[in-house]
Design a protein around this ligand. Structure first.
Ligand SMILES: *Cc1c(COP(=O)(O)O)cnc(C)c1O
Length: 199
């Protein structure tokens, strides 16, 4: 069983992250990007073998009696179908590849060498930039300094809304981001990390 709620629909540079690993799960959980984030919708996919195990006459009691109040919500499903169509017709995953390479290049060439960055992790359009007080010993900042929070507040002043997970700065740009916006995002985040951690 794989949870691709966060990683599905192009986020990691392939339609699903399990493609990187070359595995095909029996059960796959999807949500978030399934509608491009416009409406809430989740889906659980199963192989034909699992699906058919619940088929039979009523009296056999094989039915998987399971449902939510808003299961199959028509608006959510319409948004998801429109989103899937965009993936297909606009070759979104293919289109992302040069931007992923650009993102990787800038992270490796600029962010990795910042004095207070201990690690930069990237998989497609999912990025974590880890900040530490001392790079050599990987000593964390004292939590009361709220370094991650201060970096994102600084970015907000420059019209970039991001969020930290503790002292890890998270970048999850929309798949529709333009080249210019991506460059601006990286410029701002770079400056903010440098200003806050040097101060
Ligand atoms: C967001 C998230 C969930 C929770 O999804 P909901 O639709 O909000 O319940 C589960 N797993 C992962 C990996 C997530 O990122």
């Amino acid at each position: 069983m794989l949870d691709e709620v966060a990683t599905g629909f192009g986020r990691t540079g392939k339609m699903f992250a399990c493609e990187h690993a070359g595995v095909a799960p029996d059960i796959l959980c999807l949500a978030k990007g399934i509608t491009g984030g416009y409406l809430p919708l989740a889906a659980t996919l199963a192989t034909e073998e699992i699906f058919s195990a619940f088929l039979g006459e009523y009296k056999e009691y094989k039915t998987f009696f399971h449902g939510h109040t808003y299961t199959g919500n028509p608006l959510g499903c319409a948004a998801a179908l429109a989103n899937l169509e965009l993936f297909e017709h606009e070759h979104i995953v293919e289109q992302m590849q040069p931007q992923i390479a650009y993102l990787q290049k800038r992270l490796n060439e600029e962010f990795v060498s910042l004095a207070h960055v201990s690690d930069v992790r990237q998989w497609g359009f999912m990025v974590g930039i880890e900040l530490v007080e001392d790079q050599a010993s990987r000593k964390n900042y004292p939590p009361e300094k709220r370094i991650g929070h201060r970096v994102i507040l600084e970015a907000r002043k420059r019209s970039v809304m991001i969020r930290p997970l503790g002292d890890i700065i998270i970048l999850m740009p929309p798949l529709t981001i333009t080249d210019k916006e991506l460059a601006m995002l990286l410029d701002v985040v770079y400056d903010c990390i440098r200003n806050v951690t040097d101060g």
